[in-house]
Every structure is written in structure tokens, then in C-alpha cells.
Write a new protein. Structure first.
Lengths: 150, 157
């Protein structure tokens, strides 16, 4: 369960940011997501060294953990259309596994694709689709919801 | 719905769409650009859908190959017959039996009507490319039905 989920457009402005309900300072998360974009850019730039160890990563969408921080872990995912998803998870949350994060990103990607295919959605504008919000709400940790369902 | 059915449906819907646009818009010069911008929006959505399950593209040539193979076969049930490039950002896609033209004629008949049937497809290509980060200008040319050539000029900044 994430604490914050963000969808960032190709031009690096946010299309959608949602934080969990019980955080005091939403702005801190906005800032964290913004700084993680640098790491994302670095990972997706193909002008970097292309050693054989990195070659398989170049074909994947999932970027893995972006950088460690004392309170939070941040994961990134980029699509072919250069839309980035960033997820912030509490560092104390040890139950969440890499595969869980991958499947969450996959669901986010599917939800985002549905939003784009909606003819009423104006490209590049904020996402206000209820269906998308429902998918995200299912992934954000909420103080009322104590279940482990991701 | 099988692939055959969706191909036929798209063909029929497209020809009706062209007829509708031409009957409702008074300024006939605007029809082609209207069709092209329709194609653009559809192309963006289609691009998002189709690239969801493919591995990440490394460079522009891979994007072009995706257009010629996966994109073309999902729309027209065949692949592009010929792709040429001058490696300076100009690509020419040649389809010897373009699906939306095969039912119109073979040879030179109705040649002057061909551009309106290609406008949507030009927009589709431009939309997919723009979504994948490639700004371009797409034009089409028909010398002899039903073979069509699409020229993509990539705008490099």
C-alpha cells in the first residue's frame, strides 16, 4: 500500500497526485516526487553506459527503487509514451514486495490507458476520472482501511 | 469480435465518416484538416493502448518499425509493404494494397477522391508518433489505386 501515487506527463508536469488521507504535509510529498523525477530521467536516458548488465533493464517499464530515503522508499515506472508513475511507500512497510509494486504499477498503467482512450479526456489536462480515482484509492493506504489487500 | 469483423467495421465506419464530414462542413477546404485532427486524437489513444504491452523502444527506428508492423496490422490487418528512410528524418511507408482504398477502385479511376480517404490515416500516424515523443508531419500520396505512400517528416529540434 502506497502513501502517495503520482502520474507525471511526458513534459514532466503532474497529471495526478494523490496522497494518503492521514498525512500532515502533502506538499512534502509533492516535493519528493518532483525530486525523484531527476532519477527517473537518468534511468531512462539511453545515452548512458550500455553494459550488458543494464541492457535488459532498458527494455522494461518498471524502474525499481529510485533512491533510498530514511522515511520512504520511492519506486518509478515509465511507459513507452514517456508518462511516468511514481509511488512512495513508507520505509517501515516491510511486507510490500517488489512483485507487489510491479503489479500495482501495471494496474495503474491499465487505468491510465483507459483514461486516455476516453474521448472526453483532454490530453495533458488533470485526470479527474472516477474510475481512475477508484483504482488509485485501492492502492493508497488509508487510516480506516487496515486490510493488507493491495 | 474477430479481427475480420473489426477490419470490415472500421472500413465501413471510415467511409461513412468521410461522407459525413464532407456533407456537414461548408468550407470544403477544412474537411481534410478536420479528418486529420480526428485521426490525431484517435492515434494518441491507440498508441497508448498498443504500446502498453510491448517492450520499451530504444530509438526512432524502433518506433517506425512498430508503426509498420504492429500498428498497421492492428488497424488494417496487414503490414506495411515497404519502409524507406534517408536517415535524416524522412521515412516513406508504402502500402501496395491500402485497405481503405481497395474497395474504391484499381488503377486511375477516382484518383482525385483518394486524399480524403487518407487524411484520417495520416492523422493516426501523426498521433501515434506524437504520443511516442516524435514530432512529425505526415503527408500521403496516391499514384495508382489502391497503393498508397505515406511520407513522415520528423521535426528535429
Amino acid at each position: 500500500m502506497a502513501v502517495c501515487i503520482a502520474v507525471i506527463a511526458k513534459e514532466n508536469y503532474p497529471l495526478y497526485i494523490r496522497c494518503s488521507a492521514n498525512v500532515e504535509d502533502e506538499l512534502k510529498f509533492h516535493f519528493t516526487v518532483h525530486t525523484s523525477l531527476d532519477v527517473v530521467e537518468e534511468k531512462i536516458s539511453s545515452t548512458g553506459k550500455t553494459s550488458t548488465a543494464r541492457a535488459p533493464d532498458m527494455r522494461e517499464f518498471y524502474l525499481g527503487q529510485l533512491y533510498p530515503s530514511e522515511d520512504y522508499r520511492i519506486y518509478g515506472y515509465v511507459t513507452n509514451t514517456k508518462v511516468k508513475f511514481v509511488m512512495v511507500v513508507e520505509a517501515s512497510n516491510t511486507q510490500i514486495r517488489d512483485n507487489d509494486v510491479r503489479s500495482m504499477f501495471r494496474r495503474l498503467h491499465n487505468a491510465y490507458t483507459s483514461v486516455v482512450c476516453n474521448p472526453f479526456y483532454i490530453l495533458g489536462s488533470n485526470i479527474s476520472s472516477k474510475a481512475f480515482e477508484k483504482v488509485v484509492a485501492g492502492m493508497i493506504v488509508d487510516e480506516q482501511k487496515k486490510e493488507l489487500f493491495t | 469480435m474477430t479481427d475480420n469483423a473489426s477490419g470490415v467495421l472500421f472500413d465501413l465506419l471510415h467511409s461513412q465518416l468521410v461522407a459525413y464530414i464532407y456533407s456537414t462542413i461548408d468550407n470544403k477546404n477544412k474537411c481534410v484538416s478536420q479528418l486529420e485532427s480526428l485521426g490525431f486524437r484517435i492515434g494518441v489513444s491507440l498508441g497508448e493502448q498498443l504500446t502498453k504491452d510491448l517492450p520499451r523502444f530504444r530509438d526512432e527506428l524502433e518506433v517506425m518499425k512498430f508503426i509498420c508492423r504492429d500498428f498497421w496490422s492492428s488497424l488494417y490487418q496487414k503490414q506495411v509493404d515497404n519502409l524507406r528512410t534517408n536517415h535524416q528524418g524522412v521515412y516513406v511507408l508504402q502500402d501496395n494494397a491500402f485497405k481503405l482504398l481497395t474497395h474504391i477502385s484499381v488503377g486511375k479511376q477516382y484518383l482525385d477522391c483518394a486524399p480524403r480517404y487518407l487524411a484520417l490515416s495520416c492523422g493516426l500516424i501523426r498521433g501515434v508518433l506524437s504520443n511516442l515523443g516524435v514530432k512529425s508531419v505526415v503527408t500521403s500520396e496516391v499514384i495508382s489505386m489502391p497503393s498508397a505512400k505515406f511520407q513522415i517528416m520528423v521535426q528535429r529540434t
